[in-house]
Structure formats: structure tokens, C-alpha cells
Write a protein that binds this ligand. Structure first.
Ligand code: SAH
Ligand code: SF4
Ligand code: F3S
Length: 453
């Protein structure tokens, strides 16, 4: 260890996470990688010796947020310097780091470290270099398996955990930056995943959400030397004592395989809820997006899911205003939403991303048209979500209690359909799955009472 690293004992790191669940997972792992250097996590930038912004590049707004946040971080650093409280190192990690690299330091010279999502296991070394005054940019895709290099998972008190099993994407949808920011598809070996899952179960984790940009394309090497599918991995995870709930996200319709439908049918641990993006309802737009499936193929995937697990609730991602989208194309999206019925959904205005094929396409849709369509779509989605939540009232649902709620004596948990549920319950119930009678539904959450035994 260098002298500088010794001097970091009892320091604080503040990590702010943008973007998807993969970034949430990565932020936790960065914190774990820094703990051996004496960094404890802080809830505030004001007392942090190191600030990490873990960034998202998916839409222009997401990427631009980083720069406004960097302004705040710089001010905090100046306040600390003036108060004689020491210096603050500033790191930008994640997908903006990967996409923009050196450009970040050009635009925001206060930044000390730029580190891509594939290289954060090298943070201790990068910090050493930055501590000696070097500006560090690490955006190569390294040879080694980052996950194997990271320290083991640290204890967690939350009963629900993310576990990344797959990274990157080879699909190259024409609107999307992920294949460039996260690189080629990579699946972690089965044993490595199972070891991490067992460790989390030992810490009291009851629910695992298995993550990947394209998680159902998982094909990690199994102990038998063969590639395992996601379905096979799910079967192995379901056998771990303590793991009572399994989820996976995000999936691509093309990789919904028969063994995965069967797993939904056969594994009671698999929750009856799936996020399966369709992006657009018009075949013409789907083709231009390079999604490689039609609207009918998506319908068939949903039919199969419902055949395997009739109570499954669905969530999706939808983009409006992709280049060339006509009123009729948009109506096809609305129609698909009406037909399927979603329990929840994320919808976005198309955002042109540098370097992607769609950014070069003619017939970009004007902003006001995009906004109109987004409002129309979101009104329908909100109606569906509300109807779905309302249909829970009077039902008894198993709720995994995750944390204390906003009010004293209240806990917050999740239904099988991922709805937040607020219940009066004793603090000891955190980590338990308890039958709750649903008494009230809101737009985004439910309320209920614990069923007397
Ligand atoms: N791997 C996932 C999606 C990751 S990005 C999948 O294939 O489904 C999350 C969502 O952001 C996408 O599903 C898409 O709906 C949206 N998105 C991605 N690029 C976008 C862009 N350029 N403009 C608007 N929305 C976008
Ligand atoms: Fe992006 Fe498409 Fe890959 Fe999803 S499947 S990450 S939308 S390129
Ligand atoms: Fe954003 Fe990167 Fe996730 S671009 S959505 S943080 S993979």
C-alpha cells in the first residue's frame, strides 16, 4: 500500500447514483471496494473526502444532469477548502464516464477521476494516482473479470438485493447508447453468481433481483463446463436456503426462451411480475429501431407468459417520437398498450444520442409532437396502473417488509407485483414475508393491515 492510501483511514465517500439498477448495484460495489481503504459512506457531499457521481448516458437529460451536479460538488469542495476541512476528490463513474472520457475533464476541470463502468474495481489504484495530483481517465474495457477482482459482498441489512449476472449488450437498437457504454455482452460464471447469492442469503437477503442490460441473454459458464441459460440459473438460485423471491430485469423479447416460460410456471420463487420492454407498437418503427421482433411476436411472448403464469403482471418501456413515427405508428403503440394492459410502465420521448444510427436518420419528430404523444400515452398508462392497483383492494398479498415507513410504527414492503405496501407493523417484521390484507390503493402504492393469524 502506498503512503497516500494509509493516510485515507477514516475518510468519507459520498456516492450519488443516476440511471438504472445496474448503476445502483455498481455503486454498492464501489463502496465495498473503498471500505478497505478506510472510506465510510456519507449521506452528504459536505463532509465527503471523495465524491463519486455514478452516471447515466441513456438520454440527453440524464447525461446533462451530471454537469449541473458537478457544479454543486465543486461548490461543496470550495466550502470545505475555505473552512480548512480538507480536500475533496471528485470522480465521475458509469456510463457518461465511459461515453465522454477526457471530454468530462475538459468541460469540468474540477473532476479528478473518470472511470468507466468496467473499471471501477481499479478505484483504489486510481485514487492513489489522483491523490498524487494526476488527472485520471480510465475507460478501457479491461481484460480481467471485474467481479472476480472486487472484494466479497459486505453485510447488508436490506432483505432485498440486486445481483448483476450479465453486462453489456450486443443488440444495437438504433436509438441506444448501452452497447457503447457497457460494451459487449458478458455473463458471469454460474459459480461466481451462486457464491454471491449464498453470501447475500447468509446476510438475511430474502429477495434477489438478478440484473443485466439484457439479462435473459445470460449464458454463463456452468460448473459442468456448459453455458447455462437464465432459466437454469434461476432454478439453482431457487435452491439456496433463505432465498424466497426471485426477479430478473431487464429482458429483451427475442431472448424469451421456452425454458424461461417454464421457469415462470415451475418455480414458486419467481415473482409474477415481468418488465419486458416493447418500445413501439408499429412494425415499421420496430424495424427502424432494429428491435428484431414485430408487435405480434411481442403479443405472442405475452401470451406464453400468461399461459405459464396466469397471474403475471407486466411492465414495459416505450419510446415515443422515434424518427419517422407517424400518427398511425403512434396509434399502434397505444393499441398494443390497450390490448396488453400494464401494471406499470416507463415511457420516454425519443432522445437523439451522439454516435447512434437513429441520430443520423431523417424525419426527426418535432419536440411538441413528442410531448403531445407522451402525455397521451402516459394518461393511458396511469389509468391502467391505477386500475391494477385498485384491483388489489380486498385481496390478501404476501408482502416482504423492507424498511421502516414514513410514519412511526409503519413498515414499507413490496407485494409480489412490486407495488410498495405501507402497513402498521412491528419493526421486527423487516425481512419477513407477511400476509397483508389490502385496504386502500393509490396511484403508486397500497395500504393494508396484517391479517390476524
Ligand atoms: N436493455 C434494456 C433497456 C435499457 S435502457 C432493454 O433492451 O429493454 C432503458 C430504456 O430507456 C429503454 O428500454 C428505452 O425505452 C429507453 N431508451 C433508451 N435509449 C433511449 C433514447 N435514445 N431515447 C429515449 N429513450 C431511450
Ligand atoms: Fe439498448 Fe436495445 Fe441493448 Fe436494450 S437491447 S440495452 S435498448 S441496445
Ligand atoms: Fe443509464 Fe448506463 Fe444504465 S446509460 S440506463 S446507467 S446502463
Amino acid at each position: 500500500m502506498s503512503e497516500w492510501q494509509h493516510s485515507t483511514a477514516n475518510r468519507k465517500v459520498f456516492i450519488k447514483t443516476f440511471g438504472c439498477q445496474m448503476n445502483v448495484y455498481d455503486s454498492d460495489r464501489m463502496a465495498e471496494a473503498l471500505a478497505p481503504l478506510g472510506y465510510a459512506q456519507s449521506e452528504s457531499i459536505d463532509d465527503a473526502d471523495l465524491v463519486i457521481l455514478n452516471t447515466c448516458h441513456i438520454r440527453e437529460k440524464a447525461a446533462e444532469k451530471v454537469y449541473s451536479e458537478l457544479g454543486r460538488v465543486r461548490e461543496a469542495r470550495e466550502r470545505r477548502r475555505e473552512a480548512g476541512e480538507g480536500d475533496t476528490l471528485i470522480a465521475v463513474a458509469g456510463c457518461v464516464a465511459q461515453a465522454e472520457g477526457q471530454e468530462i475533464i475538459r468541460r469540468a476541470p474540477a473532476v479528478d477521476i473518470v472511470v468507466g463502468a468496467q473499471s471501477y474495481h481499479r478505484l483504489p489504484e486510481l485514487l492513489g494516482r489522483a491523490g498524487r495530483g494526476e488527472k485520471v481517465v480510465e475507460t478501457e474495457f479491461p481484460e480481467e473479470d471485474k467481479f472476480a477482482e472486487l472484494p466479497k459482498r459486505a453485510a447488508t441489512r436490506r432483505p432485498s438485493a440486486f445481483l448483476t449476472v450479465q453486462e453489456g449488450c450486443d443488440k444495437f437498437c438504433t436509438f441506444c447508447v448501452v452497447p457503447y457504454t457497457r460494451g459487449a455482452e458478458f455473463s458471469r460464471p454460474v459459480e461466481e453468481v451462486l457464491a454471491e447469492a449464498r453470501r447475500l442469503a447468509d446476510f438475511g437477503v430474502r429477495e434477489l433481483t438478478v440484473l443485466g442490460q439484457n439479462v435473459n441473454a445470460y449464458h454463463g459458464e456452468g460448473p459442468d463446463g456448459k453455458d447455462w441459460s437464465l432459466a437454469r440459473l434461476m432454478h439453482a438460485l431457487a435452491e439456496i436456503p433463505g432465498i424466497e423471491r426471485l426477479r430478473y430485469t431487464t429482458s429483451h423479447p427475442l431472448d424469451m426462451t421456452d425454458d424461461l416460460y417454464a421457469a415462470h410456471r415451475d418455480l414458486p420463487q419467481m415473482m409474477p411480475y415481468l418488465h419486458l420492454p416493447f418500445q413501439a407498437g408499429s412494425d415499421h418503427i420496430l424495424a427502424k429501431m432494429n428491435r428484431r421482433h414485430t408487435a405480434d411476436e411481442y403479443r405472442r411472448a405475452i401470451d406464453k407468459l400468461r399461459g405459464a403464469r396466469p397471474d403475471i403482471a407486466l411492465s414495459t418501456d416505450i419510446i415515443v417520437g422515434f424518427p419517422g413515427e407517424t400518427d398511425a405508428d403512434f396509434e399502434a403503440t397505444m393499441q398494443l398498450v390497450r390490448e396488453i394492459g400494464f401494471a406499470s410502465a416507463f415511457s420516454f420521448k425519443y432522445s437523439s444520442r451522439p454516435g447512434t444510427p437513429a441520430a443520423e436518420m431523417d424525419e426527426q419528430v418535432p419536440e411538441d409532437v413528442k410531448l403531445d404523444r407522451l402525455h397521451t400515452l402516459q394518461a393511458l398508462l396511469a389509468e391502467q396502473q391505477r386500475a391494477f392497483n385498485d384491483s388489489m383492494v380486498g385481496r390478501t398479498l404476501p408482502v416482504l417488509f423492507e424498511a421502516s415507513g414514513r410514519n412511526a410504527g409503519q413498515l414499507t414492503g413490496r407485494s409480489p407485483y412490486l407495488q410498495p405496501v405501507h402497513v402498521e407493523a412491528p419493526a421486527e417484521a423487516v425481512g419477513q414475508i407477511v400476509d397483508v390484507e389490502i385496504t386502500q390503493a393509490g396511484a403508486n402504492s397500497l395500504k393494508g393491515v396484517i391479517k390476524p393469524l
